[in-house]
Design a protein around this ligand. Structure first.
Ligand SMILES: NC(=O)c1ccc[n+]([C@@H]2O[C@H](COP(=O)([O-])OP(=O)(O)OC[C@H]3O[C@@H](n4cnc5c(N)ncnc54)[C@H](O)[C@@H]3O)[C@@H](O)[C@H]2O)c1
Length: 419
């Protein structure tokens, strides 16, 4: 059955979904509140790493249009909500975009429609927040007049092997019939659909995946600090441990955690756990440990500069890679931010080199970018490798630096010290 799909929120999650749906032969409209996003896409320009301009042009050939006009949504059969779910200033879930979108969708859906929430959120959101707004706006009843489901996005930006199509898609509906309808819809777009017994299970699956990563990365971060004191090479231990063919999955330490998922999603879970009178101590501890990594790095910077009788104040420090992960341009929640802020506050002259980033600001200061890291080497007291972008790892300039603090355990040489 062909259907008219409306994707709401055309970011890292919504745009790849719209792209795959176009490839699958669906008629797709994208709705967003950002005029830059709408104008860019309608001009054939992608703003997302995993969707190329060629992909956008293929989408347009299939009839895709981006719009900010709610009137364009009237003919939709399926509505998939991919809007942001950040944390508010007090650390609580900020569902304002989900609420706004649910009101909008409620005003346009008719009998027989399917509405799916893909935004990451705590269990209970689809039934407790989205459902009443849809019912109020439409005058229809979920599970009877229209179908309602939750399906977490598992996109891994920059992953060359697993994309939307070949990553199994978890889907849970309000009723078994809603699940069936959502499974049928996604079955046209992805290779494998995994139905859950209900909405809450699908909502929790996403938070479980990210909390598992959050806790294990924090474990490695704490071990990195301890191993430095114990003079044990943690990376070598991880390589040894991962030879076990069962029961161990390798996670690695780093300068902290970044991106939209790991630093944020587990807090959605700990927030809902607090609302029922408990504390999710694993999540809170992991957050505390990983948030402390930039401060720990500052201490390591001080120690390294001490060795050559220098203070942080007045030293020239170069940050190599300021995005949140290797080989992507996404800077959200990057640990480079608190690190650069702290180094600037201590009086260091901080610069950055990142082939993916033109502008980087920290603590209200614009951090200058370096065009030629080889020329800069003679001026630099210390370089810190934060992200192992291939373009950085494969560059000969690494050997020209007097001192490099490598937070990824990937560089070799007498000038390199690992985290
Ligand atoms: N980025 C990831 O790797 C990833 C992975 C899995 C899940 N998620 C989750 O998916 C959701 C979306 O994340 P993202 O990374 O795509 O965000 P994003 O910031 O890249 O994109 C969100 C888009 O939604 C638009 N938007 C905001 N409010 C809107 C509204 N009221 N109506 C219409 N459009 C609106 C924004 O302009 C933006 O274009 C979040 O809940 C996130 O946690 C993200």
């Amino acid at each position: 059955m062909t259907c008219n799909l409306t994707v709401i929120g055309l970011g890292y999650v919504g745009l790849p979904l719209a792209s795959e749906a176009c490839r699958a032969g669906l008629t797709v409209i994208g709705f967003d509140i950002s005029s830059d996003v709408i104008e860019g896409l309608n001009a054939g320009q992608s703003h997302i790493d995993d969707v190329t301009n060629d992909d956008v042009s293929t989408m347009q050939d299939c009839g895709f249009v981006a719009t900010g006009d709610p009137a364009d949504l009237a003919d939709g059969d399926v509505f998939v909500i991919c809007v942001p779910t950040p944390l508010s200033d007090d650390g609580a879930p900020d569902l304002s975009a989900v609420v706004e979108t649910s009101k909008l969708v409620g005003s346009v859906i008719g009998p027989g429609c399917l509405v799916v929430l893909e935004s990451t959120t705590y269990p209970g959101t689809t039934a407790g927040t989205v459902r009443p707004l849809l019912e109020l706006g439409s005058g229809l009843i979920a599970g009877i007049d229209f179908s309602l489901a939750y399906s977490p996005e598992r996109i891994d930006p920059g992953n060359p092997t697993y994309g939307l199509r070949n990553t199994p898609k978890v889907v849970g509906g309000l009723t078994p019939a809603c699940t069936e309808r959502a499974v049928e819809f996604y079955g046209d777009i992805v290779e494998t659909v995994v139905p859950t017994v209900g909405l809450g299970e699908a909502e929790l699956a996403k938070l479980l995946e990210n909390t598992y990563r959050h806790v294990n990365i924090a474990l490695m971060n704490e071990l990195a600090i301890l191993c430095h004191e114990l003079e044990i090479d943690l990376w070598a231990s991880i390589e040894a441990a991962r030879t076990k063919p069962f029961g161990f999955e390798a996670f690695y330490p780093g300068p902290g955690v970044g991106g939209h998922c790991i630093p944020i999603d587990p807090n959605y879970l700990s927030w809902v756990v607090r609302s029922i009178g408990y504390r999710f101590r694993f999540v809170e501890l992991a957050t505390e440990i990983s948030e402390r990594m930039p401060s720990y790095l500052v201490k390591r910077v001080q120690d390294l500069l001490n060795l050559v009788c220098k203070s942080v104040k007045g030293s020239t420090i170069l940050l190599l890679g300021v995005t949140y992960k290797a080989d992507v341009r996404d800077q959200r929640e990057t640990p480079a931010l608190p690190l650069a802020t702290q180094l600037c506050e201590l009086g260091a002259e901080v610069f950055f080199f990142d082939p993916y980033v033109e502008q980087f600001s920290a603590g209200g200061r614009s951090i200058p970018s370096i065009d030629d890291p080889e020329l800069f080497a003679s001026k630099c007291d210390l370089a810190i490798l934060l992200q192992a972008h291939q373009d950085i790892l494969n560059s000969p300039f690494i050997a020209t630096y007097a001192r490099i603090l490598d937070t990824r355990g990937v560089l070799k040489g007498d000038n390199v010290e690992w985290l």
